[in-house]
Write a protein that binds this ligand. Sequence first.
Ligand code: FBP
Length: 548
Amino acid sequence: MISALQKARAAYQPKLPVALRNGAVVKVCEGGPTTAVADVEKIQALFSSTFGSPVLTFEAGNGGSAAPMNVGVILSGGQAPGGHNVIAGLFDGLKSLNPASRLFGFLKGPDGLVKNESMELTADIIDAYRNTGGFDMIASGRTKLETEEQFQAALANCRALGITALVIIGGDDSNTNACLLAEYYKKNNCGIQVIGCPKTIDGDLKNEWIETSFGFDTACRVYSELIGNIERDANSARKYWHFVKLMGRSASHIALECALQTHPNAAIISEEVEAKQMTLEQIVDELAGIVAARSANKCNFGVALIPEGLIEFVPEVKKLIAELNDLLAANAEEFGKLDTAAEKVAFVAGKLSAECGKVFTSLPAGIQAQLCNDRDPHGNVQVSLIETEKMLAEMVKGKLKKMAAEGKYNGKFSAQTHFFGYEGRCAAPSNFDADYCYSLGYSAAALIGAGKTGYMSSVRNTTKNSDEWICGGIPITMMMNVERRHGHDKPVIRKALVELDGKPFAEFAKNRAAWAVETDYVYPGPIQYFGPSEVCDLVTKTLELEKA
Ligand code: FBP
């Protein structure tokens, strides 16, 4: 059974750029040769077959057709609203190239490609998922596609299905791997094209050519609705401070966008914390200062936004985590035998350097235990499992107690904590994401039809009406540089962190002092799918400001 909204939404026809409205056989306009964002010689050497390809821009074709082909698609990494529309756009684009073309979905992410688990995506299946959230059509996974054995297994599996092109829908890491795969297949004349699509709610896969990653718009709208509701509750009950942690593994784009949409009393931006080399104590002092200032105005309530990745941007905690990672890796066997959190905490506390030990013991006991939890498959702390919102609420409470003892504060402080992340990742895509994703998928079909490989599908000028959208392909090598990862130099797509000299941060910085003491909340309400264009067809504040 499907909901009334899903039924009505199934009929929504996403908008397409003019260049794709006659089908995916397009006129391809080539720009000049390209380079990489940094480490040009190294990137060129690593990607000798795909490096330097031109930026491609499409113009409408005359409705012609191409030979039929079989294409495979993968959803990689965390869910993001609109993934099903990328697949629907890809499907429709391929059928416009030739109705006999077929699309196969590899199941559970890159694993499905390597282990040959797939299903053919027929028109009935696609129709059931148009404009829906989630990745459940074929499911996603986080396996990294990077070894030659994996590339060979994927090749054999594609050949068995007659697949000559792959579309990888993923974030910076998955698109980096798409680029490695494209290079390997081209260099070895395997006859398989690889195209990437920019996905992640985190919003950190963007650059001059990729205006935004899909899913960021919808996820931020869901969180902003919830934050607005909480703000209104706080302003009604007038007795709680709400500490809201927001997803975003590393960059603070989500926290910044939600702050711009809802005007909270405080919002921490990790990139600023790192740039100013702030200590945890300074962050706590700042928050406690805002609580005290509001309390002096008889407002013992408020809302503070905390980015998920914060702790890794606080220099002293970053150092502690790095030391912990090494320590746990070096003592894995001994550590694995410990049962209780207390034993684990005591074990590491006894082995840390004096400097990191001091930071570790200054943290609330619950956080100490969480820092000792299992690492992800890449040896990283799973930041979404660290309850930073609780840690800060507890530390602010402690600071206020001290301030009260010194006669600097006499208010009441009662905290509620929240974590918004999974709530937004599978929401029904906003009109923006529904249109953008469908166009990205359709554009990927056009890139395949044009015989291209190593490109990311791109749709630009998205703050304008879709009649003015520009679509085409961007060579993935163009977005790359070399970074040190787990002791090795690796080619990777450069992650886009919040730019402190960018317009979205400037807008926040200009207003935050007023938002801190005044109660200037904005209540965005739920995403609107039907109704006037001014409430349905919005773009994020981030994009609006960046493109202004
Ligand atoms: P992607 O970058 O793969 O899109 O995932 C982003 C994200 O949603 C982060 O915001 C979050 O830290 C992480 O995934 C959580 O991952 P998991 O769902 O595996 O717990």
